[in-house]
Design a protein around this ligand. Structure first.
Ligand SMILES: [Zn+2]
Length: 202
């Protein structure tokens, strides 16, 4: 389960383990608000599926990574989901070439007169830098922007990758949020019952 924590310099981030890799997601103000509104407290854990939902909507994003050797120790210390929440892990988009989650862009280029498309991390984009016809940060990609780019002929038609991306963007995870909200409410009620003094009104 990811950890919702204050970020150095302000704002919040969420640290999660996805397929054994510790990934730090920065949160937009909307992402922070959605977590707070759902009852996630700072320095507390929450379901990985909720972070996957924020990531696919661009409210949780990964900056270029700074190698951090303490990450695995951190994950063990805070008991992040090292065992894995496999269904939620599969919801995160990764680099087509190296499976990294860092700083992903939707990239299109021409190769052997064919239009190609991939989702690439910063490292894997370097080799294509000269040939890129399009490079859009993944958090900015929506169903609407995909349709616009396709209509402008900037993306190849009938791409499996774009089909999968569309499916991911269209995925409705509102039931996951509701399930979490209800379990948080139950937990809060149970806590209040354990502390009867707090029930006294007036
Ligand atoms: Zn890569």
């Amino acid at each position: 389960m990811p950890l919702f924590e204050p970020k150095f310099g302000g704002g919040f981030c969420a640290k999660a383990t996805i397929k054994g890799v510790v990934v730090t997601f920065h949160l937009t103000p909307t992402g922070q608000k959605r977590l707070s509104d759902a009852g996630v407290q700072p320095d507390k854990k929450f379901p990985l599926a909720l972070l996957a939902d924020l990531a696919r909507q661009g409210h949780a994003w990964t900056p270029p990574s700074i190698a951090d050797k303490t990450d695995i120790a951190f994950a063990q210390q805070f008991d992040l989901n090292l065992a894995g929440d496999e269904a939620a892990e599969r919801m995160f988009t990764a680099c087509t070439d190296c499976a990294s989650y860092d700083d992903l862009h939707l990239v299109a280029w021409q190769s052997a007169k064919r239009s190609r498309v991939a989702i690439l991390c910063a490292g894997c984009r370097v080799a294509l830098a000269e040939r890129c016809a399009l490079s859009v940060p993944l958090p900015l990609v929506s169903l609407e922007s995909l349709s616009q780019l396709e209509a402008q002929g900037k993306l190849p038609a009938q791409s499996q990758l774009l089909l999968a991306l569309r499916r991911s963007l269209a995925n409705d995870l509102s039931a996951e949020w509701e399930r979490f909200r209800q379990s948080e409410n139950q937990r809060q009620r149970a806590l209040r019952l354990e502390l009867p003094g707090e029930l006294k009104l007036g």
